[in-house]
Design a protein around this ligand. Sequence first.
Ligand SMILES: Cc1cc2nc3c(=O)[nH]c(=O)nc-3n(C[C@H](O)[C@H](O)[C@H](O)COP(=O)(O)OP(=O)(O)OC[C@H]3O[C@@H](n4cnc5c(N)ncnc54)[C@H](O)[C@@H]3O)c2cc1C
Length: 469
Amino acid sequence: MLPPRTGTMAAHADVLVVGGGPAGLGAALGAAAAGARVVLAERYGFLGGNATVSLVMPLMSFHTQRQSPPPPGDDSRLMPTDHGPGDPVVAGVLQELLARLVAVGGAVAPSQETGYTVPFDPEAYKLVMLDLLDDAGVEFLFHALASGVAVEDGVPGVVFETKSGPLVVQAAIVVDCTGDGDVAAAAGAPFEVGREEDGLVQPMTLMFRMVEFERPEFAAYVRENPDQWRGVHGLWDLVAKATEARELELPREDILFFATPHEGEISVNTTRVGGVLATDVWDLSFAEWQTHRQMRQIAEFLRRYVPGFARAYVAQSGVSVGVRETRRIVGEYQLTAEDVLSARKFPDVIARGSYPIDIHNPKGTGTVLQKLPPGEAYDIPLRCLMPQGIDWLLVAGRCMSGTHEAHSSYRVTPIAMATGQAAGVCAALGARAGTPPKRLDVEAVQRELIRQGANLGDLGRGEAGASGR
Ligand SMILES: Cc1cc2nc3c(=O)[nH]c(=O)nc-3n(C[C@H](O)[C@H](O)[C@H](O)COP(=O)(O)OP(=O)(O)OC[C@H]3O[C@@H](n4cnc5c(N)ncnc54)[C@H](O)[C@@H]3O)c2cc1C
Protein backbone atom coordinates (compact mmCIF):
# COMPACT_ATOMS: atom_id res chain seq x y z
CA MET A 1 0.00 0.00 0.00
CA LEU A 2 1.49 3.38 -1.04
CA PRO A 3 0.81 6.45 1.13
CA PRO A 4 -1.45 9.15 -0.37
CA ARG A 5 0.47 12.10 -1.81
CA THR A 6 0.00 15.63 -3.04
CA GLY A 7 1.38 17.26 -6.16
CA THR A 8 2.28 20.76 -7.31
CA MET A 9 0.10 22.49 -9.90
CA ALA A 10 2.75 23.46 -12.43
CA ALA A 11 0.89 25.07 -15.31
CA HIS A 12 -2.40 25.52 -17.10
CA ALA A 13 -2.17 25.46 -20.88
CA ASP A 14 -4.58 25.51 -23.76
CA VAL A 15 -2.87 22.44 -25.15
CA LEU A 16 -0.58 20.02 -23.31
CA VAL A 17 1.51 17.81 -25.56
CA VAL A 18 2.99 14.80 -23.79
CA GLY A 19 6.04 13.34 -25.55
CA GLY A 20 8.71 15.22 -27.49
CA GLY A 21 9.19 12.85 -30.43
CA PRO A 22 8.19 13.42 -34.07
CA ALA A 23 4.47 13.42 -33.26
CA GLY A 24 5.05 15.74 -30.29
CA LEU A 25 6.96 18.18 -32.48
CA GLY A 26 4.13 18.21 -35.01
CA ALA A 27 1.49 18.62 -32.29
CA ALA A 28 3.26 21.43 -30.44
CA LEU A 29 4.05 23.41 -33.60
CA GLY A 30 0.60 22.80 -35.08
CA ALA A 31 -1.15 23.94 -31.90
CA ALA A 32 1.10 26.99 -31.44
CA ALA A 33 0.65 28.08 -35.06
CA ALA A 34 -3.10 27.83 -34.52
CA GLY A 35 -2.79 30.30 -31.65
CA ALA A 36 -2.73 28.08 -28.55
CA ARG A 37 -0.60 28.40 -25.42
CA VAL A 38 1.29 25.09 -25.54
CA VAL A 39 3.25 23.15 -22.95
CA LEU A 40 5.30 20.19 -24.14
CA ALA A 41 6.41 17.64 -21.53
CA GLU A 42 9.06 15.00 -22.17
CA ARG A 43 10.53 12.28 -19.97
CA TYR A 44 14.12 12.82 -21.19
CA GLY A 45 16.20 16.01 -21.15
CA PHE A 46 16.12 16.48 -24.92
CA LEU A 47 13.76 16.22 -27.87
CA GLY A 48 13.44 13.83 -30.80
CA GLY A 49 11.84 10.63 -29.52
CA ASN A 50 13.02 7.52 -31.34
CA ALA A 51 14.99 9.70 -33.78
CA THR A 52 17.42 10.81 -31.07
CA VAL A 53 16.71 8.64 -28.01
CA SER A 54 17.16 5.48 -30.04
CA LEU A 55 19.22 6.88 -32.95
CA VAL A 56 16.53 5.84 -35.43
CA MET A 57 17.84 7.04 -38.76
CA PRO A 58 17.02 7.96 -41.51
CA LEU A 59 13.64 9.64 -42.06
CA MET A 60 11.84 7.12 -44.21
CA SER A 61 10.70 8.24 -47.62
CA PHE A 62 7.57 10.36 -47.66
CA HIS A 63 7.20 10.24 -51.43
CA THR A 64 5.01 8.04 -53.58
CA GLN A 65 6.89 5.15 -55.12
CA ARG A 66 8.13 4.84 -58.64
CA GLN A 67 8.69 1.07 -58.58
CA SER A 68 6.10 -1.36 -59.81
CA PRO A 69 4.53 -3.49 -57.12
CA PRO A 70 6.38 -6.77 -56.57
CA PRO A 71 5.24 -9.66 -58.78
CA PRO A 72 3.09 -12.36 -57.14
CA GLY A 73 5.29 -14.75 -55.17
CA ASP A 74 7.95 -12.14 -54.47
CA ASP A 75 8.79 -12.38 -50.78
CA SER A 76 9.08 -8.57 -50.70
CA ARG A 77 11.84 -8.37 -48.18
CA LEU A 78 13.68 -5.44 -49.68
CA MET A 79 13.61 -2.20 -47.78
CA PRO A 80 12.09 0.66 -49.76
CA THR A 81 15.15 2.86 -49.58
CA ASP A 82 14.57 4.64 -52.80
CA HIS A 83 11.03 5.74 -53.29
CA GLY A 84 10.47 8.60 -55.63
CA PRO A 85 10.81 10.49 -57.75
CA GLY A 86 7.09 10.48 -57.02
CA ASP A 87 5.35 13.30 -55.19
CA PRO A 88 5.97 14.12 -51.53
CA VAL A 89 2.84 13.33 -49.50
CA VAL A 90 3.90 14.91 -46.19
CA ALA A 91 4.74 18.60 -45.81
CA GLY A 92 4.00 21.15 -43.07
CA VAL A 93 6.14 20.69 -39.96
CA LEU A 94 8.23 17.99 -41.65
CA GLN A 95 9.31 20.43 -44.35
CA GLU A 96 10.16 23.10 -41.75
CA LEU A 97 12.31 20.62 -39.84
CA LEU A 98 13.99 19.39 -43.01
CA ALA A 99 14.77 22.87 -44.30
CA ARG A 100 16.43 23.81 -41.01
CA LEU A 101 18.32 20.53 -40.77
CA VAL A 102 19.66 20.83 -44.31
CA ALA A 103 20.63 24.47 -43.67
CA VAL A 104 22.89 23.46 -40.76
CA GLY A 105 24.35 20.43 -42.57
CA GLY A 106 22.34 18.10 -40.34
CA ALA A 107 20.51 16.21 -43.12
CA VAL A 108 20.77 15.31 -46.78
CA ALA A 109 17.79 16.62 -48.74
CA PRO A 110 15.91 13.95 -50.68
CA SER A 111 16.85 13.90 -54.37
CA GLN A 112 17.29 11.61 -57.33
CA GLU A 113 21.06 11.44 -56.71
CA THR A 114 21.05 10.85 -52.95
CA GLY A 115 17.81 8.89 -52.62
CA TYR A 116 14.49 9.58 -50.94
CA THR A 117 15.22 8.47 -47.43
CA VAL A 118 16.75 11.31 -45.44
CA PRO A 119 19.96 10.70 -43.47
CA PHE A 120 20.28 13.10 -40.54
CA ASP A 121 22.52 13.86 -37.60
CA PRO A 122 20.71 13.19 -34.32
CA GLU A 123 22.52 15.94 -32.40
CA ALA A 124 21.59 18.51 -35.06
CA TYR A 125 18.04 17.13 -34.92
CA LYS A 126 17.80 17.80 -31.17
CA LEU A 127 18.96 21.40 -31.58
CA VAL A 128 16.78 22.16 -34.59
CA MET A 129 13.74 20.84 -32.73
CA LEU A 130 14.55 23.11 -29.78
CA ASP A 131 14.88 26.11 -32.10
CA LEU A 132 11.61 25.39 -33.88
CA LEU A 133 9.70 25.05 -30.62
CA ASP A 134 11.40 28.11 -29.10
CA ASP A 135 10.52 30.20 -32.13
CA ALA A 136 6.91 29.06 -31.82
CA GLY A 137 6.79 30.06 -28.13
CA VAL A 138 6.20 26.52 -26.83
CA GLU A 139 6.99 26.04 -23.12
CA PHE A 140 8.94 22.93 -22.08
CA LEU A 141 8.96 20.60 -19.15
CA PHE A 142 11.83 18.13 -19.41
CA HIS A 143 12.64 15.17 -17.16
CA ALA A 144 8.92 14.70 -16.58
CA LEU A 145 7.40 11.24 -16.94
CA ALA A 146 3.61 11.21 -17.31
CA SER A 147 2.29 8.66 -14.84
CA GLY A 148 -1.41 9.36 -14.55
CA VAL A 149 -4.29 11.72 -15.13
CA ALA A 150 -6.20 13.89 -12.68
CA VAL A 151 -9.47 15.45 -13.83
CA GLU A 152 -10.61 18.10 -11.35
CA ASP A 153 -13.97 19.87 -11.70
CA GLY A 154 -14.04 18.75 -15.31
CA VAL A 155 -10.57 20.20 -16.06
CA PRO A 156 -8.19 17.53 -17.31
CA GLY A 157 -4.65 17.33 -15.96
CA VAL A 158 -1.69 15.01 -16.38
CA VAL A 159 0.48 13.93 -13.45
CA PHE A 160 4.25 13.91 -13.97
CA GLU A 161 6.96 12.24 -11.88
CA THR A 162 9.87 14.66 -11.52
CA LYS A 163 12.88 15.42 -9.32
CA SER A 164 10.69 18.11 -7.77
CA GLY A 165 8.06 15.56 -6.83
CA PRO A 166 4.74 15.00 -8.60
CA LEU A 167 3.59 17.89 -10.81
CA VAL A 168 0.24 18.40 -12.47
CA VAL A 169 -0.22 20.26 -15.75
CA GLN A 170 -3.79 21.13 -16.63
CA ALA A 171 -4.95 21.86 -20.14
CA ALA A 172 -8.16 22.28 -22.08
CA ILE A 173 -7.01 19.54 -24.46
CA VAL A 174 -4.18 17.01 -24.03
CA VAL A 175 -2.39 15.39 -26.96
CA ASP A 176 -0.80 12.03 -26.18
CA CYS A 177 2.37 11.71 -28.27
CA THR A 178 4.13 9.24 -25.98
CA GLY A 179 4.29 6.55 -28.67
CA ASP A 180 3.02 4.12 -26.04
CA GLY A 181 -0.30 5.89 -25.43
CA ASP A 182 0.59 6.24 -21.74
CA VAL A 183 -1.79 9.13 -21.07
CA ALA A 184 -4.65 7.60 -23.02
CA ALA A 185 -4.23 4.27 -21.21
CA ALA A 186 -4.14 6.03 -17.83
CA ALA A 187 -7.32 7.88 -18.79
CA GLY A 188 -9.05 4.57 -19.50
CA ALA A 189 -9.05 4.70 -23.31
CA PRO A 190 -9.45 1.30 -24.94
CA PHE A 191 -6.33 -0.02 -26.65
CA GLU A 192 -5.03 -3.03 -28.53
CA VAL A 193 -1.60 -4.63 -28.55
CA GLY A 194 0.05 -6.66 -31.29
CA ARG A 195 -1.16 -9.05 -33.94
CA GLU A 196 -4.71 -10.27 -33.89
CA GLU A 197 -3.66 -13.95 -33.75
CA ASP A 198 -1.18 -13.86 -30.84
CA GLY A 199 -0.81 -10.30 -29.53
CA LEU A 200 2.88 -10.16 -30.51
CA VAL A 201 4.32 -6.77 -31.49
CA GLN A 202 7.22 -5.91 -33.78
CA PRO A 203 10.63 -6.56 -32.21
CA MET A 204 12.77 -3.98 -30.42
CA THR A 205 16.12 -2.92 -31.86
CA LEU A 206 19.07 -1.15 -30.27
CA MET A 207 20.57 1.04 -32.96
CA PHE A 208 24.16 2.26 -32.93
CA ARG A 209 26.57 4.47 -34.85
CA MET A 210 30.00 3.29 -35.95
CA VAL A 211 32.72 5.78 -36.88
CA GLU A 212 36.11 5.56 -38.59
CA PHE A 213 34.29 3.58 -41.23
CA GLU A 214 35.97 3.64 -44.67
CA ARG A 215 33.07 4.22 -47.02
CA PRO A 216 35.04 3.95 -50.34
CA GLU A 217 36.51 0.58 -49.34
CA PHE A 218 33.11 -0.68 -48.31
CA ALA A 219 31.46 0.67 -51.48
CA ALA A 220 34.05 -1.17 -53.61
CA TYR A 221 33.23 -4.40 -51.78
CA VAL A 222 29.50 -3.86 -52.37
CA ARG A 223 30.14 -3.24 -56.10
CA GLU A 224 32.20 -6.42 -56.40
CA ASN A 225 29.69 -8.56 -54.47
CA PRO A 226 26.26 -7.55 -55.73
CA ASP A 227 24.72 -10.89 -54.78
CA GLN A 228 25.57 -10.17 -51.12
CA TRP A 229 23.61 -6.99 -51.28
CA ARG A 230 19.96 -6.03 -51.67
CA GLY A 231 19.37 -2.35 -51.06
CA VAL A 232 20.51 -1.60 -47.54
CA HIS A 233 20.18 -5.25 -46.50
CA GLY A 234 23.22 -7.35 -47.01
CA LEU A 235 26.17 -9.48 -46.10
CA TRP A 236 24.03 -12.62 -46.22
CA ASP A 237 26.89 -15.07 -46.81
CA LEU A 238 29.20 -13.47 -44.27
CA VAL A 239 26.44 -13.47 -41.67
CA ALA A 240 25.78 -17.16 -42.39
CA LYS A 241 29.52 -17.93 -42.07
CA ALA A 242 29.89 -16.05 -38.77
CA THR A 243 26.70 -17.65 -37.46
CA GLU A 244 28.06 -21.10 -38.27
CA ALA A 245 31.28 -20.19 -36.46
CA ARG A 246 29.09 -19.17 -33.48
CA GLU A 247 30.43 -15.64 -33.61
CA LEU A 248 26.98 -14.23 -34.30
CA GLU A 249 23.72 -15.24 -32.66
CA LEU A 250 21.17 -12.97 -34.27
CA PRO A 251 17.45 -13.41 -34.80
CA ARG A 252 17.90 -11.84 -38.22
CA GLU A 253 19.74 -13.22 -41.22
CA ASP A 254 21.35 -10.09 -42.61
CA ILE A 255 22.83 -6.74 -41.69
CA LEU A 256 20.77 -3.56 -42.16
CA PHE A 257 22.77 -0.32 -42.53
CA PHE A 258 21.98 3.29 -43.22
CA ALA A 259 24.25 6.08 -44.38
CA THR A 260 24.43 9.23 -42.27
CA PRO A 261 25.36 12.76 -43.42
CA HIS A 262 28.93 12.01 -42.30
CA GLU A 263 31.30 10.21 -44.66
CA GLY A 264 33.09 8.16 -41.99
CA GLU A 265 29.99 7.06 -40.09
CA ILE A 266 27.34 4.37 -40.53
CA SER A 267 24.13 3.65 -38.64
CA VAL A 268 23.48 -0.02 -37.86
CA ASN A 269 19.92 -1.32 -37.45
CA THR A 270 20.49 -5.04 -36.90
CA THR A 271 19.91 -6.10 -33.31
CA ARG A 272 16.50 -7.67 -32.71
CA VAL A 273 14.53 -8.95 -29.73
CA GLY A 274 11.07 -10.38 -30.27
CA GLY A 275 8.36 -11.59 -27.90
CA VAL A 276 8.77 -8.53 -25.67
CA LEU A 277 6.61 -5.49 -24.96
CA ALA A 278 8.07 -2.08 -24.08
CA THR A 279 5.28 -1.17 -21.66
CA ASP A 280 6.58 -3.97 -19.42
CA VAL A 281 9.70 -2.97 -17.47
CA TRP A 282 10.94 -6.56 -17.17
CA ASP A 283 10.68 -7.02 -20.94
CA LEU A 284 12.46 -3.71 -21.46
CA SER A 285 15.27 -4.76 -19.12
CA PHE A 286 15.67 -8.04 -20.98
CA ALA A 287 15.64 -6.25 -24.35
CA GLU A 288 18.39 -3.82 -23.26
CA TRP A 289 20.52 -6.67 -21.92
CA GLN A 290 20.06 -8.81 -25.01
CA THR A 291 20.54 -6.07 -27.64
CA HIS A 292 23.70 -4.71 -26.01
CA ARG A 293 25.20 -8.19 -26.22
CA GLN A 294 24.13 -8.43 -29.87
CA MET A 295 25.66 -5.03 -30.59
CA ARG A 296 29.04 -6.19 -29.28
CA GLN A 297 28.90 -9.26 -31.52
CA ILE A 298 27.84 -7.30 -34.60
CA ALA A 299 30.58 -4.68 -34.19
CA GLU A 300 33.17 -7.43 -33.79
CA PHE A 301 31.78 -9.27 -36.81
CA LEU A 302 31.94 -6.14 -38.98
CA ARG A 303 35.53 -5.41 -37.96
CA ARG A 304 36.64 -8.97 -38.59
CA TYR A 305 34.74 -9.83 -41.78
CA VAL A 306 33.75 -6.71 -43.68
CA PRO A 307 36.00 -4.43 -45.78
CA GLY A 308 35.82 -0.81 -44.63
CA PHE A 309 35.31 -1.69 -40.97
CA ALA A 310 38.82 -2.69 -39.86
CA ARG A 311 39.27 0.43 -37.71
CA ALA A 312 35.60 1.22 -37.10
CA TYR A 313 34.20 1.33 -33.57
CA VAL A 314 30.88 1.97 -31.86
CA ALA A 315 30.75 5.67 -31.02
CA GLN A 316 27.23 5.65 -29.58
CA SER A 317 24.26 3.40 -28.98
CA GLY A 318 20.70 4.54 -28.27
CA VAL A 319 19.89 5.93 -24.82
CA SER A 320 17.12 3.36 -24.99
CA VAL A 321 16.45 0.31 -27.11
CA GLY A 322 14.23 1.38 -30.04
CA VAL A 323 10.54 0.59 -29.66
CA ARG A 324 8.53 0.02 -32.81
CA GLU A 325 5.16 -0.93 -31.42
CA THR A 326 3.22 -1.00 -28.16
CA ARG A 327 -0.35 0.16 -27.50
CA ARG A 328 -2.60 1.19 -30.36
CA ILE A 329 -5.33 3.35 -28.85
CA VAL A 330 -8.74 2.47 -30.24
CA GLY A 331 -10.25 5.56 -31.79
CA GLU A 332 -13.41 6.52 -33.59
CA TYR A 333 -11.90 4.83 -36.64
CA GLN A 334 -9.17 2.17 -36.95
CA LEU A 335 -7.02 2.43 -40.06
CA THR A 336 -6.61 -0.98 -41.74
CA ALA A 337 -4.11 -2.68 -44.07
CA GLU A 338 -6.72 -2.49 -46.80
CA ASP A 339 -7.02 1.27 -46.34
CA VAL A 340 -3.24 1.57 -46.68
CA LEU A 341 -2.77 -0.80 -49.62
CA SER A 342 -5.78 0.47 -51.58
CA ALA A 343 -4.68 4.08 -50.97
CA ARG A 344 -8.13 4.83 -49.55
CA LYS A 345 -9.37 8.40 -49.35
CA PHE A 346 -11.46 9.80 -46.47
CA PRO A 347 -13.55 12.98 -46.29
CA ASP A 348 -11.98 13.82 -42.91
CA VAL A 349 -8.38 13.43 -44.14
CA ILE A 350 -5.84 15.21 -41.91
CA ALA A 351 -2.60 13.52 -43.02
CA ARG A 352 -1.34 11.18 -45.73
CA GLY A 353 1.10 8.30 -46.01
CA SER A 354 2.82 6.38 -48.77
CA TYR A 355 5.18 4.19 -46.76
CA PRO A 356 4.60 0.44 -47.23
CA ILE A 357 3.39 -2.04 -44.70
CA ASP A 358 6.73 -3.03 -43.12
CA ILE A 359 6.56 -5.69 -40.42
CA HIS A 360 9.76 -6.98 -38.82
CA ASN A 361 8.97 -10.51 -37.78
CA PRO A 362 7.98 -10.51 -34.08
CA LYS A 363 9.16 -14.12 -33.80
CA GLY A 364 12.45 -14.35 -35.70
CA THR A 365 13.94 -13.75 -39.12
CA GLY A 366 12.38 -11.90 -42.04
CA THR A 367 10.57 -8.65 -42.74
CA VAL A 368 7.28 -8.44 -44.63
CA LEU A 369 6.98 -5.54 -47.01
CA GLN A 370 3.83 -4.67 -48.98
CA LYS A 371 3.90 -1.58 -51.11
CA LEU A 372 1.17 0.77 -52.26
CA PRO A 373 0.54 1.02 -56.01
CA PRO A 374 3.00 3.37 -57.74
CA GLY A 375 2.09 7.03 -57.45
CA GLU A 376 -0.47 6.40 -54.68
CA ALA A 377 -0.91 7.55 -51.09
CA TYR A 378 -3.51 6.81 -48.42
CA ASP A 379 -5.44 9.27 -46.27
CA ILE A 380 -5.52 9.23 -42.47
CA PRO A 381 -8.89 10.37 -41.10
CA LEU A 382 -9.16 12.69 -38.10
CA ARG A 383 -11.19 9.99 -36.32
CA CYS A 384 -7.97 7.91 -35.91
CA LEU A 385 -6.72 10.57 -33.47
CA MET A 386 -9.84 10.52 -31.29
CA PRO A 387 -9.82 7.90 -28.53
CA GLN A 388 -13.17 6.30 -27.91
CA GLY A 389 -14.96 7.53 -24.80
CA ILE A 390 -12.70 10.49 -23.88
CA ASP A 391 -13.47 14.03 -24.97
CA TRP A 392 -10.43 16.02 -23.80
CA LEU A 393 -7.75 13.84 -25.36
CA LEU A 394 -6.21 13.27 -28.80
CA VAL A 395 -3.53 10.76 -29.76
CA ALA A 396 -0.96 11.00 -32.55
CA GLY A 397 2.09 9.20 -33.89
CA ARG A 398 2.63 5.51 -33.48
CA CYS A 399 -0.06 5.11 -30.78
CA MET A 400 -2.92 6.39 -32.97
CA SER A 401 -5.80 4.14 -33.93
CA GLY A 402 -5.19 1.38 -36.47
CA THR A 403 -4.57 -2.31 -36.87
CA HIS A 404 -1.17 -3.97 -36.33
CA GLU A 405 -0.62 -4.10 -40.09
CA ALA A 406 -1.62 -0.50 -40.80
CA HIS A 407 0.51 0.63 -37.85
CA SER A 408 3.60 -0.80 -39.52
CA SER A 409 3.16 1.88 -42.21
CA TYR A 410 1.96 4.95 -40.29
CA ARG A 411 4.52 4.47 -37.49
CA VAL A 412 7.39 6.04 -39.48
CA THR A 413 8.74 9.45 -38.53
CA PRO A 414 7.32 11.67 -41.33
CA ILE A 415 3.79 10.31 -40.94
CA ALA A 416 3.99 10.52 -37.13
CA MET A 417 4.90 14.19 -37.51
CA ALA A 418 1.95 14.79 -39.83
CA THR A 419 -0.60 13.15 -37.52
CA GLY A 420 0.95 15.13 -34.65
CA GLN A 421 0.47 18.40 -36.50
CA ALA A 422 -3.16 17.52 -37.17
CA ALA A 423 -3.79 16.63 -33.53
CA GLY A 424 -2.16 19.89 -32.42
CA VAL A 425 -4.32 21.96 -34.75
CA CYS A 426 -7.46 20.12 -33.70
CA ALA A 427 -6.58 20.55 -30.02
CA ALA A 428 -5.93 24.29 -30.44
CA LEU A 429 -9.23 24.85 -32.25
CA GLY A 430 -11.07 22.81 -29.61
CA ALA A 431 -9.43 24.75 -26.77
CA ARG A 432 -10.26 28.09 -28.37
CA ALA A 433 -13.88 27.16 -29.00
CA GLY A 434 -14.31 25.42 -25.64
CA THR A 435 -15.51 22.41 -27.63
CA PRO A 436 -14.41 18.77 -27.44
CA PRO A 437 -12.43 17.93 -30.60
CA LYS A 438 -15.05 15.35 -31.54
CA ARG A 439 -17.64 18.10 -31.97
CA LEU A 440 -15.43 20.38 -34.06
CA ASP A 441 -16.11 21.05 -37.68
CA VAL A 442 -13.54 18.89 -39.50
CA GLU A 443 -13.37 21.40 -42.33
CA ALA A 444 -12.04 24.02 -39.90
CA VAL A 445 -9.23 21.64 -38.92
CA GLN A 446 -8.47 20.93 -42.57
CA ARG A 447 -8.45 24.63 -43.48
CA GLU A 448 -6.00 25.43 -40.69
CA LEU A 449 -3.75 22.51 -41.66
CA ILE A 450 -3.69 23.67 -45.26
CA ARG A 451 -2.93 27.21 -44.09
CA GLN A 452 0.03 25.73 -42.16
CA GLY A 453 1.32 24.04 -45.31
CA ALA A 454 0.22 20.46 -44.56
CA ASN A 455 -0.29 18.14 -47.52
CA LEU A 456 -3.90 16.94 -47.68
CA GLY A 457 -3.76 15.86 -51.31
CA ASP A 458 -6.61 17.00 -53.55
CA LEU A 459 -8.18 18.82 -50.62
CA GLY A 460 -5.26 21.23 -50.45
CA ARG A 461 -5.60 21.92 -54.16
CA GLY A 462 -9.28 22.88 -53.83
CA GLU A 463 -11.51 24.29 -51.15
CA ALA A 464 -11.22 22.41 -47.80
CA GLY A 465 -14.08 19.98 -47.43
CA ALA A 466 -15.54 20.81 -50.81
CA SER A 467 -14.16 17.88 -52.75
CA GLY A 468 -16.85 15.49 -51.55
CA ARG A 469 -14.29 12.70 -51.19
C1 LIG B 1 14.59 0.35 -34.44
C2 LIG B 1 13.67 1.26 -35.16
C3 LIG B 1 13.95 1.63 -36.46
C4 LIG B 1 13.12 2.51 -37.13
N1 LIG B 1 13.49 2.94 -38.36
C5 LIG B 1 12.88 4.01 -38.89
C6 LIG B 1 13.46 4.68 -39.99
O1 LIG B 1 14.51 4.29 -40.49
N2 LIG B 1 12.81 5.77 -40.48
C7 LIG B 1 11.63 6.22 -39.94
O2 LIG B 1 11.09 7.21 -40.44
N3 LIG B 1 11.07 5.61 -38.88
C8 LIG B 1 11.68 4.54 -38.33
N4 LIG B 1 11.17 3.95 -37.20
C9 LIG B 1 9.87 4.39 -36.67
C10 LIG B 1 9.93 5.73 -35.94
O3 LIG B 1 11.15 5.93 -35.31
C11 LIG B 1 8.89 5.85 -34.83
O4 LIG B 1 7.78 5.07 -35.01
C12 LIG B 1 8.54 7.33 -34.63
O5 LIG B 1 9.60 7.89 -33.91
C13 LIG B 1 7.22 7.50 -33.90
O6 LIG B 1 7.12 8.81 -33.42
P1 LIG B 1 6.27 9.12 -32.12
O7 LIG B 1 6.47 10.57 -31.85
O8 LIG B 1 4.91 8.59 -32.29
O9 LIG B 1 6.92 8.24 -30.94
P2 LIG B 1 8.39 8.24 -30.33
O10 LIG B 1 9.41 8.56 -31.34
O11 LIG B 1 8.48 6.97 -29.58
O12 LIG B 1 8.37 9.47 -29.30
C14 LIG B 1 7.68 9.41 -28.07
C15 LIG B 1 8.24 10.46 -27.12
O13 LIG B 1 7.48 10.48 -25.94
C16 LIG B 1 8.32 10.38 -24.79
N5 LIG B 1 7.58 9.66 -23.76
C17 LIG B 1 7.19 8.35 -23.79
N6 LIG B 1 6.47 8.06 -22.70
C18 LIG B 1 6.40 9.20 -21.97
C19 LIG B 1 5.78 9.52 -20.73
N7 LIG B 1 5.06 8.62 -20.05
N8 LIG B 1 5.93 10.77 -20.25
C20 LIG B 1 6.64 11.71 -20.95
N9 LIG B 1 7.25 11.46 -22.13
C21 LIG B 1 7.11 10.21 -22.64
C22 LIG B 1 9.53 9.62 -25.29
O14 LIG B 1 10.67 9.85 -24.49
C23 LIG B 1 9.68 10.17 -26.71
O15 LIG B 1 10.42 11.36 -26.74
C24 LIG B 1 11.95 3.02 -36.50
C25 LIG B 1 11.66 2.65 -35.19
C26 LIG B 1 12.50 1.79 -34.52
C27 LIG B 1 12.21 1.46 -33.10
